[in-house]
Ligand binder design. Structure first.
Ligand code: HPA
Length: 279
């Protein structure tokens, strides 16, 4: 039922993935085994790898352009040892006005380039009262509060998610963290459309629903990757705690500062995982 994605994309005016992947292959993006999306404050991670090619989103045919500060807007081809990654340095959000199809277009490109694993990162507000600002959280599952998922015009209408986040990858992440003496939380991520931060009532609702953290991204990309049968893992950085009983003092700039401070720990975790899984 969901084979003719290309025709659907043309009908809905989403550019052809073939034009984009051909362009990227010409620019040196060859056979990545993993796609990675670096959210707010995580961008610096790609500079810790061996970068092979780097193109601005504006220069890639069909690519949506990130308009948010702290989202550099580069697609990067990089290696760590034998593993080649295609990395979004900065993501596209629904709250920038992009449709689910546009936000998830880069995931289709990563898949078409050859990536069969997707690693997602984001900054998130902490809902679990045991969490602390700066904690890293391995994503166990998600609650989609953003709506519009899966992308209605392209995705399979009868798609049902089983477990989405790969258990083996989660175990590897936990092992790497334990070996390096690092605290790695695990929990359920919820997604809100944003860009406003949550009201006290929304925070109370999300907690009751069983969410441990809340972000304004990630779920659309993960849904599409899961439809494409990719292995998925992800880490959130708790950039603020959702207090709930007072107006949130948090600003988007503050979020990036906290994540930046966690980047060395994230890097240790990520490179340890790449060495372990040997893609
Ligand atoms: N809410 C939603 N998204 C976020 C938050 C938050 O408190 N912090 C970082 N991203």
């Amino acid at each position: 039922m969901w084979i003719d994605v290309q025709t659907k994309m043309e009908e809905t005016q989403i550019p052809s993935t073939t034009i984009t992947t051909d362009f990227l292959r010409d620019m040196g993006f060859c056979q990545p085994s993993m796609g990675m999306i670096l959210g707010t404050g995580f961008g610096r991670f790609s500079e810790m790898l061996e970068v092979e090619a780097r193109v601005k989103y504006n220069d890639i045919p069909g690519f949506p352009v990130s308009t948010v500060a702290e989202h550099a807007g580069y697609l990067v081809s990089a290696r760590h040892g034998k593993t080649r990654l295609v990395i979004m340095q900065g993501r596209i959000h629904r709250y920038e006005g992009y449709s689910p199809e546009q936000v998830t277009f880069p995931v289709r490109i990563m898949h078409q380039l050859g990536a069969r694993t997707l690693f997602v990162t984001n900054a998130a507000g902490g809902l679990n009262r045991f969490f602390q600002v700066g904690d890293l959280m391995s994503i166990v599952d998600h609650i989609d509060m953003m709506g519009g998922d899966p992308p209605p015009s392209i995705g399979p209408p009868d798609f049902r998610s089983g477990p989405v986040y790969d258990e083996e990858l989660r175990i590897v992440l936990a092992d790497v963290a334990a070996k390096s003496g690092m605290t790695l939380r695990s929990g359920v991520l919820s997604s809100m459309l944003g860009p406003s931060f949550e009201t006290p009532a929304e925070i109370a609702m999300l907690r009751r629903f069983g969410a441990d953290a809340v972000s304004m991204s990630t779920v659309p990309e993960v849904v599409v990757a899961s439809q494409l049968n990719m292995r998925i893992a992800g880490v959130s950085c708790i950039s603020n705690m959702c207090v709930g009983d007072e107006p949130s003092p948090i600003k988007h700039e503050d979020v990036a500062v906290v994540v930046n401070d966690a980047i060395d720990r994230f890097s240790l975790l990520m490179t340890g995982m790449l060495e372990e899984i040997n893609l």
